[in-house]
Design a protein around this ligand. Structure first.
Ligand code: HSE
Length: 441
């Protein structure tokens, strides 16, 4: 039996989860692979801090360098979170030719290109299954299992906090801020909740998936990102009446440029935004903190992956799967995996959100007076935008009431322009709110 020594860096929720899970399933994993795993060194931030598991004193240190550089450590598990120390750990380990396993999506999003290049230069691998959607094995699916497909679309519910908030808003009519507090209490939310609710965490994950699907590193600043702060219980109710559920989606779509000199050319849209998902589509019924990702390939059609996107054990499940790959690399000397990038793939194909054609749900707050619709309809007609339906709950003349418009296909740029014009009408009482509709046809 071969033995593989691991250096575990990080004693928080994920590090402790990996430790406990390896105690439980290490022998099973080892028997499957013909490898005996041993966590030979552990580095934590502070030796004083109380933690979820007691690491043996003989192997624990607060000096991560001593773990990474220990010649006996063969695989480094970077489980510290954050971007600064985590980057140093990963780079140093890769420079030493040691495979690195990470769960850190923010690190990958910011420094993925550098990390993969360092791994390639030093003939080793960077493994990151746990960085997207926790326990769902999505990296391997896109990178390896769908390697024979052209990836046409990825639609992912990849932020559990937002999904938890939107689910409770729908099921209980609860207010956003109340549910956010519960999500924080339950430990779903990031330390900085804006990372979740403003869509940044989802953008990190969506960028990682998009990179795998399209072969070039996606810089986070190129991802159009919107969060869920503007979604109200009213929107959720109206969407439901229209047959939809609002979800925060990470979207990676292959589409055709519809306007301008690129018209007809292939383009890739990468974005995160709250969208109306038809209730008939399975993503609409992914509730609470669960994640799900629908991936469509030109050969296989639509596939779906569902599970827990966060938490100690789901994350540990993915880390263990990476560990298995890293151990097999070491033991059998095969370090070649399906490469994460395609030579010559370029971000030039990225389409700016302004040029993307979508359908829309628009909420207006109007003074209920004769002529209000005519004003709105005129503006839309001048921009050649069709309305597919209108809902106005019964109110009393002179009151301020919500009006919901479902809008036919228009570019995002045209819609933004039109909404600015509508906002200036005297009977419009607040900034119009717009969400995209994803038809999943
Ligand atoms: N805050 C993240 C989420 C944790 O809510 O999905 C997992 O990345």
């Amino acid at each position: 039996m071969h033995s593989v020594n691991l250096g575990l860096i990080g004693g928080g929720t994920v590090g402790s989860g990996v430790w406990t899970t390896l105690q439980r399933n290490g022998p099973l994993l080892g028997a499957r692979l013909g490898v005996e795993f041993q966590i030979s060194r552990v580095a934590v931030k502070s030796l004083e801090k109380a933690r979820l598991v007691e690491f043996p004193e003989s192997i624990v240190t607060d000096n991560w360098r001593s773990v990474v550089e220990d010649p006996a450590v063969q695989v480094v598990l970077e489980l510290v979170g954050g971007k600064t120390v985590a980057r140093e750990i990963a780079i140093r380990a890769l420079e030493l030719g040691k495979p690195v396993v990470t769960a850190n999506k923010a690190l990958l999003s910011a420094f993925g290109e550098e990390l993969f290049a360092t791994a390639a230069r030093h003939g080793t691998n960077l493994y990151y299954e746990a960085s997207v959607a926790g326990g769902i094995p999505i990296i391997k699916v896109i990178r390896e299992s769908m390697v024979g497909n052209r990836i046409l679309q990825i639609a992912g519910i990849v932020n559990g906090t937002c999904n938890y908030i939107l689910t409770r808003m729908k099921l209980e009519g609860a207010e956003f801020s109340t549910v956010l507090r519960d999500a924080q209490r339950l430990g779903y939310a990031e330390a900085e909740p804006s990372l979740d609710i403003d869509g940044h965490d989802a953008a990190h994950k969506t960028g990682i998936l998009a990179s795998l699907a399209h072969g070039f590193w996606v810089r986070p600043e190129t991802i159009h990102t919107e969060g869920i702060r503007e979604v109200t219980p009213l929107d959720i109710q109206f969407a439901d009446r229209l047959g939809y559920t609002i979800k925060l989606l990470g979207m990676v779509k292959e589409l055709t440029w519809q306007t301008g000199e690129n018209r007809g050319q292939r383009a890739i849209q990468i974005a995160v935004y709250p969208a109306l998902v038809p209730n008939r589509h399975v993503l609409a019924s992914v509730n609470h903190a669960f994640n799900a990702i629908a991936v469509s390939g030109d050969v296989v059609g639509e596939t779906l992956y569902y599970g827990r996107g966060a938490g100690a054990e789901p994350t540990a499940s993915s880390v263990l799967s990476d560990l298995a790959d890293a151990a097999l690399d070491l033991v059998h000397g095969c370090r070649r995996r399906v490469p994460p990038f395609v030579p010559h793939a370029r971000e030039a194909n990225l389409i700016p959100m302004a040029e993307v054609v979508s359908r829309y749900y628009v909420r207006l707050l109007v003074l209920d007076r004769p002529g209000v619709f005519a004003g709105v309809a005129n503006i839309l007609a001048r921009a050649h935008i069709g309305i597919s339906s209108i809902i106005q709950p019964e109110g009393h003349a002179g009151e301020v009431v919500p009006v919901i418009l479902m809008i036919h296909d228009a570019t995002n740029a045209v819609m933004q322009k039109v909404l600015i014009e509508i906002e200036q009408l005297p009977m419009i009482k607040s900034k119009p709110v717009m969400f995209r509709v994803e038809p999943f046809e």
